[in-house]
Structure formats: C-alpha cells, structure tokens
Write a protein that binds this ligand. Sequence first.
Ligand SMILES: Nc1ncnc2c1ncn2[C@@H]1O[C@H](COP(=O)(O)OP(=O)(O)OP(=O)(O)O)[C@@H](O)[C@H]1O
Ligand SMILES: [Mg+2]
Length: 143
Amino acid sequence: MSTYISKNEKNTYQIAAKLAKKLRGGEIIALEGDLGVGKTIFTKGLGKAFSIKQHITSPTFVLMKIYRIQNKKFRIKNLVHVDCYRLDEPQELFYLGLEEYINRPDTIVIIEWADKIKKYLTKFKKIIWIKFKDKDGQKIIKI
Ligand SMILES: Nc1ncnc2c1ncn2[C@@H]1O[C@H](COP(=O)(O)OP(=O)(O)OP(=O)(O)O)[C@@H](O)[C@H]1O
Ligand SMILES: [Mg+2]
C-alpha cells in the first residue's frame, strides 16, 4: 500500500499518472471517500495520462461513461468511468452493460463511490482500492 499527500489538483494528476503507468488492462479502480475529496480529479488525471482528449465529467446522473483511448501507444483502449453516488442497486450497472467491460484486457474501469457496491465488486478480479481523505485542505490518497 502507498500513501500520498496531495497538496493540489496538479499533485493528484501526478499521483494518477504514476498509477496509470502500472496498469496492464483489466483493472477495476475502486475509489472511496467523501464528497469533494478529489475522486473525479483523480479520474481526470488518469484520463490525461492516457491522452484522452474529451473532457471528463462526473457521470453522476448517467452513472457510466466510456472514453476511448485513441493514442496507439497504449494497449488499453477504453476508460470506463462509473459514479455510484446516485445508484440504488448494483443491478442497474449490470443493465447499463458495465460487466461487458469489467476485467477486459483492453479496458480500465474506474468507479467513484465504489464502497456503495463493495459486496457486488467482490466477484471480480484485479481490484485496486483507493481511499481519499481530506486533511486540512490536503488530500490523503491511500492506494
Ligand atoms: N489535492 C487536491 N486534489 C484534488 N482536488 C483538490 C485538491 N485540493 C483541492 N481540490 C479541489 O477539491 C475538489 C475535488 O472535487 P472532485 O469533483 O474531484 O471530488 P469528488 O470526490 O469527485 O466528489 P463527488 O463525491 O461529489 O463526486 C475540486 O474542486 C478540486 O479543485
Ligand atoms: Mg466525483
């Protein structure tokens, strides 16, 4: 486990980029932590590390968004961004087709508020849990 202290957004981008380098495909990145603690910023950092040009926004209302990774230098082709904040039950994610993307070698799935579906996630492999905490305006990120 690694613990990072992020002083600002840019710092969080750097931490996300560091993780991006270690990803091989098929991972689920499960983010937990309170409102405004930096989960979406971290996801944006991951998107930037994979040269995603589209603007990444929180999929709070649509629950799930798929971003294509166009740059040929990456073997990973999709970044799937899920936000469980407004999710009532994990079954909804199944209907949205999330499971077609989970543990696929060409895909990374990143989930905000993953603690809400902890039990559902136990049936999948390659989960990286990341805990975010605010401490005096700095963000503690535990991977
Ligand atoms: N070190 C930091 N890392 C990331 N964001 C930071 C940092 N310091 C301050 N911020 C600010 O904190 C906010 C984090 O917002 P963000 O949308 O990423 O939170 P979130 O965890 O996704 O919240 P939500 O649960 O509502 O989705 C942003 O406004 C950002 O500018
Ligand atoms: Mg968010």
